[in-house]
Design a protein around this ligand. Structure first.
Ligand code: SAM
Length: 458
């Protein structure tokens, strides 16, 4: 039993939502330990050695029987999986069951990156994701997680939702996993119980409306808006559906559910029809508390396509010419689909198909990262970046070295380590076939290039 009591007003609210009898089941559930779950990065396959069972609504999600030390697992640092609670992974079911078209996506409240990495996997090479976070320190964590995930289809930005106003009708999908009163976290994070009050719920609801008033306008005609919270109350959930359908033209979307999943569908009748929301209660679902709804913009709503920017001008970014880009793709053994930019002499690559979208976005938003940073080229020698090591782009011109678990941990601690017969020059370090970073063998010594700020300290 948690030492922190539930607020009385919260108890009354939940009893109204669930009824007295079911409320008892809810109470029992939130005093049980939360289950640990991970979502696999399908672009970085490895052999899962833990006892695990499949999460019913996503083929890439697994409950683990026990919580391992992720810090001491090199595969965690290689980006082989993301530790994410199971309810959030329902977004995978939404995308796949509705076959939502790929394209330009926005995750407006993205840090630390659980849902962004899921969207990035869904898009693969067929789209571009803007993962935005308003708080600077959290944008840095988001950037690290995006780099580890390694798909090269994501821009990390650090903007207030208001800054997006020139991008109305730009996105095929906008996801807002809103800051909320956190009732669904009462099990995982007992401190959330202390912060809860009726006034806090009201404050969260008005902040969410400010965010969604902007977010709703960013979806293009025929596109989708996904709104989620980790809270149960109707003020932050069903009332938001009412707000959105009052402010904008939206069409309802209903999601197919299996009864055995325990997810509770709710509905809101509006002038535009019956809209649906999905609630995850911890006594019915093996996951944390969660609410999600999806709405579709009518095809007739306005859309914005970026024009072609003839002479790309940016305060710090420079576009690499087509001719130089072709030469780079050949030299690096890439598939010919890259568009390149430089920032402080470091090369960045994005999928060429989306460059017009990227250039428009780069002029509106504060970029923290985009595509894949490859590193610098000095006197015909590449100084490859850590980001390239972790990306899924080829690194065929470099030697590589597979390490044991204890050697890999020494590498991740950024310690010096001795191994016989290492090739000279840059060497890609791998664990179970997944890249972890670079070392450089100078002959008389080996330099460990694992980033200082990423090193593990245990
Ligand atoms: N989607 C994330 C994930 O799956 O990892 C979790 C997002 S968390 C629930 C909500 C995020 O909204 C936080 O990172 C928080 O910093 C951000 N946030 C706080 N105030 C905001 C605001 N006014 N506008 C937009 N985002 C805000």
């Amino acid at each position: 039993m948690s030492a922190i009591q539930l607020p009385k007003d919260f108890e009354s609210q939940m009893q109204i939502l669930l009824g007295k009898k079911e409320y008892e089941l809810f109470l029992n559930a939130i005093d049980k330990p939360a289950r640990t779950s991970i979502r696999l990065n399908t672009s970085k396959p490895f052999k899962l050695n833990w006892s695990a069972s499949q999460i019913p609504w996503t083929v890439t999600g697994y409950f683990l029987e026990e919580r391992p030390s992720f810090t001491l697992d090199p595969i965690f640092h290689a980006g082989g999986y993301y530790v994410q609670e199971a309810s959030s992974m329902f977004i995978d079911h939404i995308l796949k069951s509705l076959e939502i078209p790929k394209g330009i996506y926005l995750d407006l409240a993205a840090a630390p990156g659980g849902k962004s990495t899921l969207l990035s996997t869904y898009l693969g090479n067929e789209g571009l994701l803007v993962a935005n976070e308003v708080i600077q320190s959290r944008a840095q964590i988001l950037k690290e997680n995006v780099i580890k995930w390694g798909l090269g289809n994501t821009l990390v930005t650090n903007n207030d939702p208001d800054h997006f106003y020139p991008l109305e009708g730009f996105f095929d999908l906008v996801l807002v996993d809103a800051p909320c009163s956190g009732e669904g976290m009462f099990r995982k994070d007992p401190q959330a119980r202390e912060e809860w009050s009726v006034d806090h719920v009201t404050l969260c609801a008005s902040r969410q409306k400010r965010i969604m008033d902007q977010a709703g306008a960013l979806v293009k005609g025929g596109g989708y808006l996904i709104y989620s919270t980790c809270t149960f109350n109707e003020q932050e959930n069903e009332d938001m559906i009412r707000f959105l359908t009052d402010e904008f033209a939206f069409e309802p979307v209903r999601i197919a559910l299996e009864e055995s999943w325990g997810i509770v569908e709710s509905s809101v009748q509006t002038e535009d029809g019956k809209f649906y929301g999905y609630r995850f209660f911890p006594h019915l679902v093996e996951g944390e508390g969660f609410f999600i709804t999806i709405l579709k913009r009518p095809d007739t709503a306005s859309s914005q396509e970026p024009g072609r920017i003839k002479d790309f001008k940016h305060a710090v970014l420079k576009s690499v010419s087509e001719k130089d880009a072709e030469a780079l793709e050949l030299e690096l053994g890439f598939d010919g689909s890259g568009k390149y930019y430089t920032l402080n002499d470091s090369y960045f690559r994005i999928q060429r198909e989306f460059y017009r979208y990227f250039e428009k976005l780069s002029q509106v938003l504060s970029l923290r990262y985009f595509g894949v940073e490859l590193g610098k080229k000095q006197k015909n020698e590449w100084i490859p970046s850590h980001e390239w090591a972790l990306s899924n782009l080829p690194k065929t011109q470099f030697s590589s070295l597979e390490l044991t678990q204890s050697q890999a941990l020494e590498f991740l601690r950024k310690n010096d380590f001795q191994i016989e017969d290492i090739p000279l020059g840059w060497v890609l370090i791998k664990y179970q076939g997944l890249p972890l970073g670079w070392i450089k063998n100078l002959g008389n010594r080996i330099n460990n290039y694992y980033p200082k700020e990423w090193r593990i300290r245990i």
